[in-house]
Ligand binder design. Structure first.
Ligand code: GLN
Ligand code: ZN
Length: 763
């Protein structure tokens, strides 16, 4: 008999119930009891949803972040909040979100203002966790009350609970030593607390505990590898069985180590590491359970069940009851329920599977293995029909697009002349002052803009009226920029809901869900578009808007596009071709748009690559391969223009040190980056690389309501000038201004323009 289980379930709710409950509580519109109630209902519903499984995850639910939950459970809270009293859940939110002194909530006088915990990406996903903070003095003390309460509740509801924990080594790996001490030295203090935790779980009658150690798919130094050995020898216990879980990639050089750890079972991501299943199986002790993640927990496609069964059958024959099956990783990274999608094109919908459907697939696989395929004949036939339909669909396969992608040559990615020649030609045409000023693209997305868009979407506003409303917004943004005295203007992106969705909606090969939300952090969710087919641009996407904006001013108007790599990295992508193939297709579509803009007389074109760095593989040795096709795609999109057309790109906050050669390889005339909070230190990478082209280091932190003063901006630009020659510097904000208010923006940009004037005068 094969055993089924799940590694984690999305906690936000099929209709984002948790998001709304959290935000209403934070805004003081509902009580803590109401919030706790929504949490309890979600847990209960999700357990019921999973009750067909042999083991159901418990402890994966979180009010904000499961890493922060772990920090609370281990008693590892930053010193700045340790003196907090008041309700535990409120304190938890304070650590997660910070608090200011102006608040009127309880305990605002005694528990002073506090900075929010730092957030960073959970491995290579778009989920962000609160970084645990350590110092050499960090101590741990167990408080498992929340987890235990959940286990008791789950049991009451007849659920076979398998608690989920972040393993001790991964927990340390995820954190940051604030005093630069060696955080691994804390392992010794941490392990007894984990041991105590396992004892408490055992006392609850828990049989299996899942210990997540996704560090196993990263490059580990020998001391970290050793830490794993140490940890699991220490935690060896007969009271509960440990299922050690790795996911998101391959074990590679850690494979042998993984098999030597004294645990009762091991979970492998058999989507990313299918080739490692047999080697692992050969090394695995005969008493251990092998859990295979055979259903992709990172995408939204139906699994080809027959193909998985063909592959799994002999493994099942060998392992028998020692085989468990599951999704590859927690389902946190996929939307909850495809049944909510009533507007999706039915053909495309038939190819998809969200969290609930993935669990159904798992059940079908288990029944087929346990009782034979006949027992689930109907399900397997329906699945086969969907798989075949997707494979053969003309909407997925466009021979002309495939041919164009096959004909890509290196020439497509090359500018006609080197930067030194281009810049002289551009200078003559653009006639910009030194320290030219510009913005990154978007201006405030006001309530009126959003209202007009939603009225247009639900038919209350016709297309002509919607366009007129957007044109009025564009005209307003242009007037404001002229009044401010900016040098290179933008149209303000009023017509765009989102920088990826806006383009996806106009490209063939993209589909959009209504409820396909995935948690990004806390109450924040994203709804990634679904890239399902070969990408074609049926017609120009932005030309009319930019042309209209340009008609309102004599100053240069920047065309504004999203780059192929960002389109790819912020979408659910195809699993039937490599990511690179989809990226090249996007590049060709955007290239056509760039050339159309140029033809329409647009002199400056910005192609945003906000998410370039996000696509880097977990192992550094694989970076170059990704960068090769990613940068290549960008170049194909951007570099078809003549010398006179100036290409800009923009990147949000990124470390550049280790990818600077690739950034330089993009060969854009101008790159704008987010630097204001780093005090220009991010420019060091450009400086030491002797980056040759122009740079606009952000001088206005757009994430904050604070208005930068003129002298602050001058100061930052002077620091920039110590690293990059003034003649190659631009003056601009960190990123787009869509989340700010007009009154903030006008004040900040007034200071920015004055700072540039001042810098020019003192030159
Ligand atoms: N052009 C986009 C904007 O200004 C860029 C946003 C981003 O980089 N995230 O909003
Ligand atoms: Zn940005």
């Amino acid at each position: 008999m094969v055993t089924t289980h799940n590694l984690g379930f999305p906690r936000i709710g099929a209709k984002r119930e948790l998001k709304f409950a959290l935000e209403s509580y934070w805004n003081g519109q509902s009580s803590r009891e109401e919030l706790e109630m929504v949490g309890a209902q979600l847990c209960q519903r999700h357990w019921q949803n999973q009750s067909k499984l042999d083991w159901v995850p418990v402890g994966d639910y979180s009010f904000y972040d499961h890493v922060l939950d772990m920090s609370f459970m281990l008693g590892n809270l930053p010193e700045r909040v340790q003196s907090f009293h008041g309700n535990a859940l409120d304190n938890y939110f304070r650590v997660a979100r910070g608090r200011s002194t102006q608040t009127t909530e309880e305990h605002s006088a005694c528990c002073s203002s506090v900075q929010a915990g730092e957030m960073t990406k959970w491995f290579d996903t778009n989920y962000h966790y609160i970084v645990p903070e350590f110092t050499a003095k960090t101590t741990f003390s167990l408080d498992a009350s929340r987890l235990i309460a959940q286990i008791i509740e789950a049991k009451k509801q007849g659920i076979k609970a398998k608690p989920i924990l972040i393993g001790p080594v991964t927990y340390l790996w995820l954190g940051k030593a604030k005093d630069n001490s060696n955080k691994l030295a804390l392992l010794e203090k941490l392990l007894p607390v984990y041991a105590e935790l396992l004892d408490q779980l055992a006392a609850q009658g828990v049989e299996w505990v899942q210990m997540d150690e996704p560090v196993l798919v990263t490059e580990l130094d020998p001391d970290w590898q050793h830490a794993l050995t140490l940890a699991y020898h220490h935690l060896k216990t007969n009271r509960v069985k440990l299922l050690l879980a790795s996911y998101f990639g391959q074990l590679q050089e850690n494979l042998h180590l993984a098999t030597t750890l004294p645990v009762a079972g091991f979970h492998l991501d058999a989507i990313n590491a299918r080739d490692e299943v047999i080697p692992l199986l050969n090394l695995l002790s005969s008493y251990k359970v092998l859990s295979l993640g055979v259903i992709n927990g990172r995408n939204i496609w139906k699994t080809d069940l027959n193909a998985v069964l063909d592959w799994l059958k002999p493994i099942h024959d060998t392992l028998g009851h020692r085989l468990w099956i599951a999704p590859s990783c927690s389902l946190l990274h996929v939307p909850v329920d495809l049944d909510s999608e009533q507007k999706l094109d039915p053909e495309i919908r038939s190819w998809l599977s969200f969290a609930l459907q993935k669990l159904d697939e798992l059940k079908v696989l288990a029944t087929a293995l346990n009782e034979g395929r006949e027992a689930v004949k109907t399900e397997l036939t329906a699945n086969q029909t969907a798989i075949t339909s997707r494979r053969a669909s003309q909407r997925v396969n466009n021979p002309a697009v495939k041919a164009a992608a096959a004909n890509i040559t290196p020439e497509l990615g090359k500018r006609k002349s080197p930067y030194a020649i281009r810049t002289t030609k551009q200078a003559v045409l653009l006639d910009l002052p030194i320290y030219p000023t510009t913005t990154i693209g978007s201006f405030p997305q006001t309530a009126e803009i959003r209202r007009a868009r939603s009225q247009f979407k639900n038919g209350e506003l016709d297309e002509a009226d919607y366009k007129a409303a957007m044109c009025a917004e564009i005209a307003y943004a242009v007037r404001e920029q002229e009044a401010l005295g900016l040098d290179v203007l933008v149209h303000g992106e009023a017509e765009r809901n989102d920088m990826v969705e806006y383009f996806g909606e106009q490209l063939e090969g993209y589909a959009f869900s209504q409820f396909g939300w995935v948690q990004s952090y806390g109450s924040r969710c994203v709804k990634p578009p679904i890239l399902f087919g070969d990408i074609r641009r049926p017609k120009a996407m932005t030309v009319e808007w930019i042309q209209y904006a340009q008609s309102l001013t004599h100053k240069p108007m920047k065309g504004m596009l999203t780059g192929p790599v960002t389109m790819l990295n912020w979408s659910f992508v195809r699993d039937d071709q490599p990511r690179s193939a989809s990226c090249y297709q996007l590049a060709l579509a955007i290239r056509d748009e760039v050339l159309d803009l140029e033809k329409a007389g647009v002199r400056i074109i910005q192609i945003d690559e906000a998410a370039l760095r996000e696509g880097l593989p977990l192992r550094k040795k694989e970076w170059q391969q990704y960068l090769n096709w990613a940068i290549d795609s960008f170049r194909i999109a951007a570099n078809g223009v003549s010398d006179e057309t100036q290409i800009h790109t923009h990147m949000c906050y990124s470390e550049f040190n280790d990818i600077i050669a690739s950034i330089a390889g993009m060969d854009t005339d101008v790159i704008t980056i987010e630097t204001s909070r780093s005090d220009m230190e991010l420019l060091d990478a450009f400086d030491s690389f002797k980056y040759p082209n122009e740079i606009g280091p952000g001088v206005y932190d757009i994430h904050s309501p604070n208005i930068p003063t003129e002298s602050h901006i001058i100061n930052l630009m002077k620091k920039a000038g110590e690293r990059i020659p003034a003649k190659r510097l631009w003056v601009n904000p960190d990123c787009g201004l869509k989340t700010r208010k007009w009154e903030e923006v006008t004040q900040a940009l007034t200071n920015l323009v004055n700072a540039a004037k001042n810098l020019r005068a003192t030159k």
